[in-house]
Design a protein around this ligand. Structure first.
Ligand SMILES: [Zn+2]
Length: 164
């Protein structure tokens, strides 16, 4: 979809994601990611990727934003998430510049498997939580956690049900 068709809240999330992306600490991958999330109580949080020389201690942007939400609100439910990723040298302005490039399915930016698990953990069982990402042709992809992560392991598999 086109950026202009997003709701005000979704545009705000993308603005925050674009801003926080500039703070990424990514001296190894040079891949800068910014994420903003909105909780069910309409509060917003942002996070960027933070790489460390040991690699395994790297914090992903999605996790960073969600952990900020949990730090502020406790185990809150995620409502929406906006993601902007790209190599360090790519400057992203909003509204994004559109190109005529037709996207292929595998070009749609999605969170990594680690982050899909982090996201699902705060969906509180709602597979309809919306994930928006900026594609390299300037269009916005809108998917749900169910679309991108159909078979999930989560709190319920351990007999746990928190946040409700
Ligand atoms: Zn990730």
């Amino acid at each position: 979809m086109e950026f202009e068709r997003l709701s005000i809240e979704e545009k705000i999330l993308f603005g925050m994601a674009a801003d926080v992306r500039l703070n990424a600490q990514a001296p190894y991958s040079h891949f800068f990611v910014g994420v903003a999330v909105m909780s069910e109580s309409s509060k917003v949080y942002a996070g960027c990727n933070v790489e460390r020389a040991s690699w395994t201690q790297t914090t992903h942007a999605e996790q960073n934003a969600i952990d900020s939400m949990v730090s502020a609100e406790g185990p809150a439910k995620l409502w929406k998430l906006a993601l902007i990723g790209g190599t360090e040298n790519i400057r992203i302005g909003l509204p994004p510049k559109r190109t005529k490039h037709e996207l292929t399915f595998d070009e749609v930016p999605v969170p990594c498997g680690h982050c899909l698990q982090c996201i699902w953990e705060n969906c509180h069982g709602d597979g309809g939580v919306e994930l928006f990402s900026l594609c390299n042709n300037g269009q916005i992809a809108k998917i749900t956690i169910d679309n991108v992560f159909p078979l999930k392991f989560g709190p319920k598999d351990l007999g746990v049900n928190y946040g409700k």
